[in-house]
Design a protein around this ligand. Sequence first.
Ligand code: ZN
Ligand code: ZN
Length: 139
Amino acid sequence: MLKGSCLCGSIKYALNGPPLFLSYCHCSLCQKASGSVMLAALHTGSSGFQWIGGEQYLNAYESTPGIERFFCARCGSNMPVVRGAHITIPAGTLDTKVGVKPVVHVYCASKPAWDELSDTLPRFAGLPPESFWSKPNPE
Ligand SMILES: [Zn+2]
Ligand SMILES: [Zn+2]
């Protein structure tokens, strides 16, 4: 069971993992939404996902046509986004420690020059090709 919450603690969520992988998104939208140079996101199936508190504070912003980002109306924290069977969780909102590691940097073309990446994870200017996801996750 994974649990998380926003900065002010009003919104709480839970889901029955398992967590699949973490990614770092450097796109301009994630920069604005997070207020930082990238958004670390945990990806998992949406099975058993539920808001367990503060749903009335949940607000949505359509940052791309048809794609909404959720945030807390009180404190502004990014909140998980459920799209069908897939859920994307801003990793900083997790209260449960997860054992998975980041596997990829995406939308690196948008990152500022001073944001120097020091790890050896695969990097893509935009999204990885579909073939990337069919490989087993690197250790
Ligand atoms: Zn909040
Ligand atoms: Zn992004």
